[in-house]
Design a protein around this ligand. Structure first.
Ligand code: CA2
Length: 147
């Protein structure tokens, strides 16, 4: 079994499914976890799936992924638009990074159009609701195999 794919989610995503379903869908983060686990297992991978509302905790987990993960899927949520600390942590990572968003930030308010995370990501999946995570896990597994 290869090292797991880390799937990390940022602030407020613990409340997914409880509001703004027109933008983010009706599925909860537990639903997303189940979808990711199933897709990863079909591809021969385990996942480590975590969410935090705290920037420093996300930085700690990204640092942990340096040794423990074969690839990282990250939905940084609002921290993607603000956090140079997360960008710096990602730059120290030696495994592929797939940035993931439920919505399509490029089609929303102007302040969502820039994400610092994109500067360190191998690629970005956005706009497909919960399926963005599944597609990102697929991409991460493919990148892990080829790296
Ligand atoms: O589309 C995404 O996945 C975002 O990363 C979600 C962030 C937003 O700041 C980014 O621009 C795009 C917001 C997450 C809010 O979490 C929710 C909590 C409850 C219900 C829905 C979303």
């Amino acid at each position: 079994m290869p090292k797991p794919i880390y799937v990390l989610s940022g602030p407020n995503l613990n409340l997914l499914g409880s509001r703004e379903p027109d933008i983010y869908g009706h599925q909860t983060l537990d639903d997303v976890r189940a979808l990711c686990e199933a897709r990863a297992a079909a591809l021969g991978h385990a996942i480590v799936f975590r969410q935090s509302n705290h920037e420093g905790e996300l930085v700690d987990w990204i640092q942990e992924a340096r040794e423990a993960a074969c690839a990282l899927v990250l939905n940084p949520a609002a921290y993607g638009h603000t956090s140079i600390a997360i960008l710096d942590a990602l730059k120290m990572l030696n495994v592929p990074v797939v940035e993931c968003h439920l919505s399509n930030p490029a089609a929303r308010e102007s302040f969502r159009r820039k994400t610092y995370v994109s500067l360190a990501a191998t690629g970005v999946v956005s706009g497909f609701g919960a399926n963005s995570y599944v597609l990102a896990v697929e991409a991460a597994a493919g990148l892990a195999h080829s790296s």
